[in-house]
Design a binder for this molecule. Sequence first.
Ligand code: DX5
Length: 227
Amino acid sequence: MSLRPVEIVPSVLPADFAKLGDECRALEAAGADRIQWDIMDGQFVPNITVGPDVIAAVRPHVSVPFEAHLMVREPDHMLSRWVDAGCDMLIVHAESTTHVHRTLGAVRELGAKPAVALNPATPVDAIRHVLDLVDMVLVMTVNPGFGGQAYIASMEPKIRELRRIVVDDGLDVDIEIDGGASVATIAGASAAGANVFISGSALFRDPEGLSHGIAELRQLAEAADRW
Ligand code: DX5
């Protein structure tokens, strides 16, 4: 199976929320492949962020695709709101809804790309039977809720296990990691089998700016011993 393209997807979590439109325009200009909105409800994770109206307000100002990382309990009743707000992909946590197979199918029915996310403690087996429904699997490399946390390197065997399944089954599925991605950690995640990388704090902290940060992360991910 050929290598899947490396994609760098900034999270807007560390952005200046007083000027999200400008921040997203800057991310697009800096070469972001997509933009991730971290959606938090204060129930599934101990933090609250933004709703669909904020995404809808920013949508007309940038052309890159948006993905919504739904760190919310019972995501089912708001799926269409995220799609109507302009999200191209919805990432549903396997732990967040009883019938995740049905939820992912509903995302596809709405015309968006379904993706499924796994918290660090959740095994790959939990999503084995929905891999045929998704465009991407997100393997969390931190416990969700906050940016700036340390990368959990013990997730790399899980990434490798998932990549093995994707390759053996010939699935057209990207593997994304989220949490602690930086110049120090991205090569390990890439060598394990990830090809999509969320970066928040490390990217926004790059002293040479967003373009440099995205280009450096991309170069390091591509240079890793990928398979
Ligand atoms: C965790 C969030 C973060 C954020 C990126 O709930 O999902 O992972 O997107 O965080 P850092 O700052 O670690 O790149």
